[in-house]
Design a binder for this molecule. Structure first.
Ligand code: SF4
Length: 342
């Protein structure tokens, strides 16, 4: 299979049907033993200091790997990708643009998918066959998510890791499926997390902190029961066609669709507090205004740049946030007891 780098979650069914091996460049970047090195490499080549680290990391990965073709999402993800694509062309890469439609319209999505299929040398009939093949794999990711929030058997970080990896299924969906099945089997034999732990939702793009944030939360009596974007990567509402599946995927479209999904899940998962992660220099950070206005649960915004760990300043903020929501929870429980005794 010919390797193809992808800059975010894309209709992987089309690429697999065309005989490509999709590789999510974000995952390669963040799993690198020294991601700072990839950011510095991009800066040495001229990327500005005030450019998002994910873009620089993706560029760094391209420069250091044997990938020669990159699918760049030019609408529905990040405006920086457009210029990244131009720089990659300059460096001799073959680039393939893909644009999510402005709105989640199934007909418009079908047109975008057919264009992509034509460019990559396959058909939507073949892509749909791949969709059928991936269905059980996606179901496993959904099962792991259920074990996280319903049964307390999977940690927030494990949830993040397996869900975020569904953008390219760790480059091999057969292997991903076997490994995830084993993880699920072993998780079922674990003792659940204690019920009194605070339940946290993580919304926003995946962070540069990796496991640090999740572990720090657990150390302080809280656990993540909802990873918003990561869950979206698994296609939780698959619909009945590739076009429908990617129209139901909330990330590329209006923030209000994300908000609806988030609000539903906050209630369903009985969330005590929300952490909104924003990446420095990212346009999506502006959406914080809308989330803060609309989400009724306590919310903390945390911004990361190119420090790949939770620094002391943010640790202190996280502790203060958890104290506040624990206090809230106790007050509410006290009020309920009083009402019941009246
Ligand atoms: S974090 Fe924001 S700026 Fe960075 S790649 Fe993602 S969408 Fe673009």
């Amino acid at each position: 299979m010919h390797k193809i780098g992808i800059t975010t979650t894309v209709p992987i069914e089309v690429l697999l049907a065309a005989g490509y091996q999709p590789i999510d460049l974000n995952n390669v970047f963040i799993n690198d033993p020294n991601p700072e090195r990839l950011v510095r490499l991009a800066e040495r080549d001229g990327f500005p200091l005030n450019c998002c680290s994910w873009i620089k990391g993706i560029y760094g990965v391209c420069m250091q790997s044997d990938i020669d073709t990159v699918l760049c999402v030019t609408n529905g993800d990040c405006s920086n990708t457009v210029m990244l694509m131009e720089v990659l062309k300059l460096k001799g890469f073959k680039t393939m643009p893909f644009a999510y439609p402005e709105e989640p319209d199934v007909n418009k999505m079908q047109f975008a998918l057919e264009t992509l299929a034509g460019k990559s040398g396959t058909t939507m009939t073949e892509a749909d066959e791949v969709r059928q093949e991936l269905k059980p794999v996606r179901k496993l990711a959904h099962a792991l998510d259920d074990l996280t929030w319903q049964h307390g058997l999977v940690s927030g970080f494990e949830n993040h890791l397996w869900l975020v990896s569904s953008s390219d299924f760790n480059q091999d969906y057969h292997k991903y499926s076997d490994q995830l099945q084993n993880v699920i089997t072993s998780c079922r034999n674990r003792s659940p997390y204690p019920d009194d732990m605070l339940r946290i939702a993580y919304i926003g793009v995946p962070s540069v902190y990796g496991r640090d944030l999740y572990h720090y939360l657990e150390k302080n009596g809280a656990r993540v029961v909802f990873n918003e974007i990561q869950r979206q990567f698994t296609m939780p509402r698959p619909g009945s066609s590739v076009a429908e599946q990617y129209s139901n995927y909330t990330y590329p479209y209006s923030i209000y669709r994300r908000l609806k999904d988030i609000s539903d899940e906050l209630t369903r998962r009985r969330v005590d507090g929300v952490i909104h992660y924003v990446q420095a220099f990212c346009h999506r950070g502006i959406g914080d205004i809308i989330f803060r206005d609309s989400i009724k649960s306590p919310i903390m915004t945390i911004e990361g740049n190119d420090d790949f760990f939770l620094n002391q300043h943010n640790r202190t903020r996280v502790e203060a946030f958890l104290d506040m929501i624990m206090h809230n929870r106790k007050r509410l429980e006290g009020n309920e007891k009083l009402a019941a005794n009246k």
